[in-house]
Ligand binder design. Structure first.
Ligand SMILES: Nc1ncnc2c1ncn2[C@@H]1O[C@H](COP(=O)(O)OP(=O)(O)O)[C@@H](O)[C@H]1O
Ligand SMILES: [Mg+2]
Length: 244
């Protein structure tokens, strides 16, 4: 995987990122673009650097600081961990080299034709894994989802939905509807979820979708509630084919 990533467009505003994708007739934003939209909207993310090969990954890991997580970046790999495309708790250059090779071998065995755009070297974060998502319903329009996140989201299905825009009161009710909400209060030594910060993050997402209805789907999973606040550690944005 030594080929270079194409020139990355200037991503100075949310508009320019969405315009660039539209211009290229892409409906799926790259991982970097999706994260940049979040950052520009004021949503906190974990530290992340992109690398194009092993040597670069090792350099980026020094910048991020061990321990790091390593993830595949490919538009052909939607659920990265299902194909071995997420490695966590990497503590040294040696471990990184091993994880890098293993990760690529695994992903390419699942998706032999996958176009690998790079890898991300990321700060490790731990805490309660939540999700915030948005979708577009043919009948009802823009919806927002909140719930227990992580890789078992399909197993628990502990998610509440509302139409966009939502108010703080709506969000309070959404949180109350979650069956596993005892987890938010600091369960078994896990960090507590800061409900004010969570409410403000859900409000921000609701406003973002109101302002940019071209965003068809957004998947922030997980949003991790850490000791020092919320951090988005995986983001995916899909645009409408055509703007209404
Ligand atoms: N930076 C990280 N720190 C700690 N755990 C992580 C990190 N990145 C991913 N993980 C773990 O791996 C899981 C899957 O990672 P994610 O980036 O959401 O990939 P995908 O959803 O595509 O499988 C997360 O739910 C989390 O448990
Ligand atoms: Mg994810």
């Amino acid at each position: 995987m030594n080929r270079r990533i194409g020139v990355i467009p200037q991503m100075s505003s949310i508009e320019s990122i969405l315009d660039e994708a539209k211009h290229q007739e892409r409906t799926v934003l790259t991982y970097e673009e999706s994260r940049k939209v979040m950052k520009l909207a004021g949503i906190p993310l974990n530290k992340m650097k992109v690398a194009n090969n092993l040597e670069e990954s090792i350099l980026k890991a020094k910048e991020v600081g061990y321990p790091v997580a390593l993830k595949i970046i490919s538009e052909d790999v939607i659920h990265k961990s299902d194909s071995g495309g997420v490695r966590v708790g990497i503590k040294s250059d040696d471990e990184l080299s091993k994880s890098y090779e293993e990760m690529l071998t695994s992903v390419l065995s699942f998706y032999p034709d996958a176009k690998i755009e790079g890898v991300s070297v990321e700060e490790m974060v731990s805490g309660v894994e939540l999700l915030i998502g948005t979708s577009t319903d043919e009948q009802f329009g823009k919806m927002i989802a909140f719930g227990i996140g992580g890789v078992f989201v399909e197993v628990y299905k502990d998610v509440s939905f509302r139409l966009i825009p939502v108010t703080s009161k709506d969000i309070q009710n959404m949180i109350d509807e979650i069956k596993g909400k005892t987890m938010f209060g600091g369960f078994r030594g896990m960090p507590k979820v800061n409900l004010d910060e969570l409410t403000s993050m859900i409000l921000t997402i609701s406003k973002l979708i109101e302002k940019y209805p071209i965003i068809r789907e957004m998947d922030l999973n997980p949003v991790v509630a850490t000791e020092s606040g919320l951090r988005v550690i995986d983001a995916r944005i899909i645009l409408e084919q055509k703007e209404d």
